[in-house]
Design a binder for this molecule. Structure first.
Ligand code: DAH
Length: 336
């Protein structure tokens, strides 16, 4: 009996080596593991084995049957499919695939940071439409009819009367029109300029405007608010200066410069060797702007400001090219 078992075992091993497809696999199963197969045959002969040898021979048979079943199962995994669909196999020993977790874009991060600072100072957040009428984008903001900013070169015109907003300042008009003073708000959003795309300028970018209107709001308050912002955002050790400037919607107008973060004021390429970087425009709201929203300029005053979000990152991180923001290159984005 023992020899028989060994012989079948050997035949099965040979047979296993000859399996090349589904058909030969099934032939193997019928010959060795089927109801009338070789293993079954051996089991039925067990009754002829002398009583004292039965346990050992039984064990041997069980072992043979289990081994063949296991080998068959392995082979079946390989061949038992319809042929045209690949067998789905999972290798549980492989390390898992890491999932990429999204994160906020640098523009969003910068905007969120600026918003948080002004929120703490009591400003609410408003948004307005990206397609604006000429009235909101220019006229109500005291742009004279022939102002160069209305020129085809800077503005994307949708029609004679509608433009893609060139700044977020028109939202100031919409806020003031919607209710009486006091007003204390910032307005983040996308803006559009008909400019060539190069390292320094883009046709789409983001701005945050701000406005505060009420009784006795002074230039002093403008200075202290914007300085608090600059120190919180850029660090308390920066030096600053307000420089006289011009905007149609503010009078007087100024620009806020801070010491260059790259060279700490010594002078470098970033600050064009001046040691200063301009970070925002600001001023006292022009009386004509108050008139266009129905506020009485004799009774109230206010200040306003506006800054470019991409520009702030360019200055803060020393980015060499504004286009990096919009190319969706993960090698760039992952650094922030
Ligand atoms: N709108 C201006 C621009 O796009 C920035 C600006 C300057 C906004 C002064 C203001 C302001 O609200 O008071 O260049």
């Amino acid at each position: 009996m023992k020899e028989k078992i060994e012989e079948i075992k050997k035949r099965a091993q040979d047979g296993m080596g000859k399996i090349t497809d589904q058909k030969s696999l099934e032939d193997f199963r019928i010959a060795f593991l089927g109801r009338n197969g070789a293993v079954s045959g051996l089991f039925s002969e067990l009754k002829n084995v002398p009583k004292e040898e039965k346990p050992a021979v039984g064990n041997q048979l069980n072992q043979l049957r289990d081994e063949l079943n296991a080998s068959f199962a392995l082979m079946a995994e390989k061949y038992e499919s319809s042929g045209d669909e690949p067998v789905a196999r999972v290798d549980l020993s492989l390390p898992g695939r890491a999932r990429l977790i999204g994160s906020r874009h640098l523009v969003t991060q910068t905007m969120d940071e600026i918003k948080a600072i002004f929120k703490r100072m009591g400003f609410s957040i408003y948004t307005g439409p990206e397609v604006e009428s000429d009235y909101y984008n220019f006229e109500a903001l005291n742009f004279p009819p022939n102002h160069p900013a209305r020129d085809m070169q800077d503005t994307f015109f949708i029609s004679d009367n509608f433009v893609l907003r060139t700044h977020t300042t028109p939202v100031q008009i919409r806020i003031m029109e919607s209710g009486p003073p006091p007003v204390r708000a910032i307005m983040p959003g996308k803006v559009f300029r008909n400019e060539d795309i190069n390292a320094r300028s883009h046709c789409i970018f983001h701005q945050i405007d701000g406005i505060a209107v009420g009784d006795n709001i002074t230039f002093m308050e403008l200075k202290s608010t914007l300085l608090s912002f600059a120190k919180e955002f850029y660090g308390s050790n920066i030096k600053h200066r307000f420089r006289a400037s011009f905007f149609p919607f503010t009078e007087p107008s100024a620009e806020l410069d801070v010491t260059c973060f790259i060279c700490c004021g010594k002078g470098c390429r970033m600050c064009k060797h001046s040691g200063w970087l301009e970070i925002l425009g600001c001023g006292m709201v022009d009386p004509n702007v108050f008139k266009s929203v129905g506020y009485n300029p004799e009774e109230i005053t206010g200040y306003a400001f506006g800054m470019g979000v991409e520009r702030i990152g360019i200055l803060k991180y020393g980015l060499p090219d504004i286009r990096l923001y919009f190319e969706n290159d993960l090698r760039f984005l992952r650094q922030f």
